[in-house]
Design a protein around this ligand. Structure first.
Ligand code: MG
Length: 304
């Protein structure tokens, strides 16, 4: 895509964050619905999910694309903990799992107050070791991205798994469909997307921001930004606290003050993104069928 059509500059500050002669690389194009990218610097590869195809894929600059895990239990969001272990949200098994060095999977969460989780969607790890994840119903609405089922939870919540005890607490319960989530670089703020408008035109299409207190207690929760095209799904923050989010027409970049700085237009609906590459200055974007990459003049948080 020619660069003059690639960027939409809404605020002059965005000019400093893009590289005008960088181009959008399409690294893979055979997914059905791509999600959950995570960059593994120690392995120099990217792992992501292809949910309807029930598999996880791996891309490396040296060897290209290969299957990482199949079946994947219709895995969606992925991240790594402080020890580098891969944590995945499985729609199919309605649980959050951690891959151990021996290849086994440890279940971190599969129920709350006696009922199965809906379909864990996205996951991040706090610097204190707690694992935070969202639990909308997307994975049980049909058999396309999991297995159709009735919800056993009255609400679609955000949960926190304590890093020391493994106890699960509900930290947010007033979302229509909580989706992507990420911490600020200092871990004092938590951003959570509500993508409710995906199935209800009157529902939210915004990202809210919470203050994170002792023990993971949240306060605040004001709307940080509304997405003007499509819905926010996954997103990441850069080292300066800017929010780079998925949207219907590409990647939107917001200043920490909530101003839309600009967009990177992507030819397909974007589900998620992450910073990667040796300096975390390469955006890996998963968008419907494809994995894209583009270099930017910003660096992702060391621990997204
Ligand atoms: Mg998601």
């Amino acid at each position: 895509m020619p660069s003059e059509n690639l960027y939409e500059i809404r605020d002059d500050r965005f000019r400093d964050l893009i590289i005008l002669n960088a181009f959008l690389e399409e690294l893979y194009s055979d997914c059905l619905w791509a999600e959950g990218p995570v960059w593994c610097e120690d392995w120099r590869h990217l792992i992501w999910s292809d949910i309807p195809n029930n598999r996880m894929l791996r891309w490396s600059p040296e060897t290209g694309v290969s299957v990482f895990r199949a079946p994947s239990n219709f895995a969606n969001g992925n991240t790594r903990d402080r020890n580098g272990r891969l944590i995945s949200c499985e729609h199919g098994a309605r649980r959050v799992v951690r891959a151990e060095p021996d290849g086994g999977l440890t279940v971190l969460a599969d129920s709350f107050e006696g009922g199965k989780l809906n379909s864990p969607n996205d996951v991040v790890v706090h610097e204190d070791g707690a694992v935070w994840f969202t639990d909308p119903t997307y994975g049980i609405l049909s058999d396309y991205e999991g297995y159709k089922a009735e919800p056993e939870q009255a609400r679609r919540r955000v949960y926190r798994i304590d890093g020391a005890t493994g106890n699960i607490t509900a930290v947010v319960d007033d979302f229509v469909q909580p989706n992507g989530l990420a911490f600020s670089p200092d871990f004092k703020k938590l951003y959570v997307a509500d993508s409710g408008r995906s199935h209800d035109s009157a529902a939210p299409h915004h990202i809210r921001v919470f203050d994170v207190g002792d023990g993971g207690r949240l306060s605040g929760g004001a709307v940080f930004a509304e997405i003007d095209t499509g819905v926010p799904d996954g997103f990441r923050l850069d080292t300066e606290g800017r929010v780079w989010t998925s949207a219907g027409d590409g990647v939107h970049c917001f200043d920490p003050d909530g101003t839309l700085l600009g967009k990177i237009r992507i030819p397909q609906t974007v589900a998620n993104l992450t910073f990667g590459g040796p300096r975390r200055a390469q955006l890996f974007i998963v968008a419907t069928r494809s994995l894209y990459a583009i270099h930017v003049n910003a660096r992702g948080c060391a621990r997204p």
